[in-house]
Ligand binder design. Structure first.
Ligand SMILES: [Zn+2]
Length: 243
């Protein structure tokens, strides 16, 4: 009898799991039928089978000297809270922007510079947290629209001098929500203005678009085919390592 009951228990657990796993997407906050959206590894894999450009690429795998300072994996960010799980140690872009970023990194290397990344792919759940905190579309994307970060098409970055290991002066830190962060802000030091110009020139040459209010944010312009994802970074990383 006990075997029978534990078997029943297991079936019940699996059924509950299936119900939770396959709950209609419309029940997720801010996710409507209009938003291209994937929240499971299986869904992500199916999308990649259909279109290999949708593959997420770990940035370190294509740019070995890239520096990760994933601000939302710690508390050093505008929310003063850890927003990604503590073990988050990888970040990603879709295949085309990842390869373009690798070409930009090579060019930056020839200037004695390395890329430091603050954020790239961002699960949709984190955008919801930002929205609940800020509620201003001038600063954060409305989660019902998704975002370039959610699609794996945007990077927040700065540059580091390869010789000294120091960050270059860009005039503000990450997530400075003032007009000083606007790429063409007129009151910058000559050095900060020159650094913004150099970064922008190289990123645009390799196909990225500068965000008008944040000097550190570059996105890949083709966002139409890509779903917004809500998959944990490390789960995604394990899947990529298996393929
Ligand atoms: Zn950004």
């Amino acid at each position: 009898m006990s075997i029978y009951f534990s078997y029943l228990g297991r079936i019940t657990a699996v059924l509950i799991g299936l119900l939770v796993f396959h709950a209609p997407q419309a029940q997720r906050p801010y996710v409507t039928e209009d938003l291209p959206f994937i929240a499971t590894i299986e869904g992500y894999k199916a999308s990649v089978r259909e279109n290999p450009d949708k593959r997420m690429i770990s940035l370190k795998s294509v740019i070995p000297d890239i520096i990760y300072d994933l601000r939302y994996a710690g508390k050093n960010n505008f929310t003063n809270k850890r927003l990604y799980p503590k073990n988050t140690s990888h970040t990603f872009l879709r295949k085309q922007p990842a390869l373009a970023l690798a070409r930009a990194a090579e060019e930056l290397n020839s200037h004695g510079l390395k890329i430091k990344v603050w954020d790239a792919y961002r699960p949709h759940r984190t955008s919801i947290v930002f929205w609940e905190l800020v509620k201003d579309e001038n600063f954060v994307a409305h989660p019902s629209k998704g975002s370039f970060h959610n699609r794996g098409l945007a990077i927040d970055m700065t540059l580091v001098d390869s010789a000294t290991g120091k960050e270059l002066d860009f005039g503000t830190d990450f997530d400075n929500f003032t007009e000083v962060a606007h790429p063409d802000y007129p009151g910058l030091s000559a050095e900060a203005a020159a650094n913004r110009k150099l970064l922008r020139g190289i990123m645009e040459k390799h196909g990225f678009v500068q965000f008008p209010t944040e000097w550190w944010h570059y996105s890949w312009p083709d966002d139409q085919r890509y779903e917004n994802l809500d998959i944990d970074h490390e789960k995604l990383n394990k899947t990529l390592n298996k393929n």
